[in-house]
Design a binder for this molecule. Sequence first.
Ligand code: 5GP
Ligand code: MN
Length: 346
Amino acid sequence: MPMITKVIPEESIVETLNLINKASKIVIVAHKRPDGDAVGSSLGLYHFLYSHEKETTIILPDGIPDYLQCLPCAKEILNFETQELDAKKAISECDLIFCLDFNDLSRIGAMAGIIGESPVMKVMIDHHLHNSGFCDVTISHPEIASTSELVFRLICRMGYFTEMSLESAECICAGMLTDTGGLTYNANSPEIYSIICELLRKGVDKDALTRKLFDNYSESRMRLMGYMMYKKMQVLKEYQTAILTLSYDEMLRFNYKPGDSEGFVNMPLTIGDVICSIFIKEERGVMKLSFRSQGNFNVSKMASELFGGGGHFNASGAESTLSMDETVKIVKEALPKYYQEYSENL
Ligand code: 5GP
Ligand code: MN
């Protein structure tokens, strides 16, 4: 067992272990439009439960992007949109549900009703702000960089570090890498490196995994990126903020595939003076907003107050049912207020 501090309270560890021991069929659910941490933490836990002979099913509200298909057993994940009957069967037959990388039922879209109403015990493992408390056991740690790290901590504290498989370790590593941009942000905690060190000792090829996760895009995605940065990026110098928008028509022009705009929102932050970046993408008629910031600029507040979204202090998201132009207008009109709050806190 690596030398890491006991972040998760002992009581939650004992309760979770008891629930796992009693269960025979387990369902794991993570948030819609899943990222590397949602998929990595789900698969990390899945491999662990599987090796403990639990019949385990991961169900996601929608599909997973291509760049995450490389993770071991990613193909086993059910998509609620296209495999609804199988997913509902698994939920109705299970005796334990894990909710990973989200803390509010609104984050699982069409699955919210069936998961919320399920009579079985639910365990939340999450690291977002403002937990809505819908689970029976809650492992909620916004100070931890990824849900995958929490899954690692849970497995260790339950006493199964030695048995952790290479597959489980690889998926956990993938989630830890993606939620920290390859250990470039939210990655100042020394314990992250102690854990990565243990994952490497398990045999994870971090260099190969990094390439699979971050250097595995299509040519059309690269051209779309060039177009976005050259033609579409608006830099509002006064507010040290950049705004990017991507419409459905533009997606068609660039042969867009799910996951192709992954990382776009971070790019304007590489401009010296830019501390806030907002990316707005049209998705099935809804505007999906991604907010990223540096330092004291609170984008979680911005996402929540303007559009009822949320997330982390420096990385948040929301949805807007207004048009692209109206959504951009709301953001631009609100920016002076949030920029001033930031300036006052300097
Ligand atoms: P992303 O911009 O990568 O989609 O999301 C950034 C962060 O904000 C993630 O931690 C994600 O879970 C959270 N987030 C994204 N979209 C939403 C949303 O619509 N509502 C809430 N509450 N959080 C979101
Ligand atoms: Mn996460």
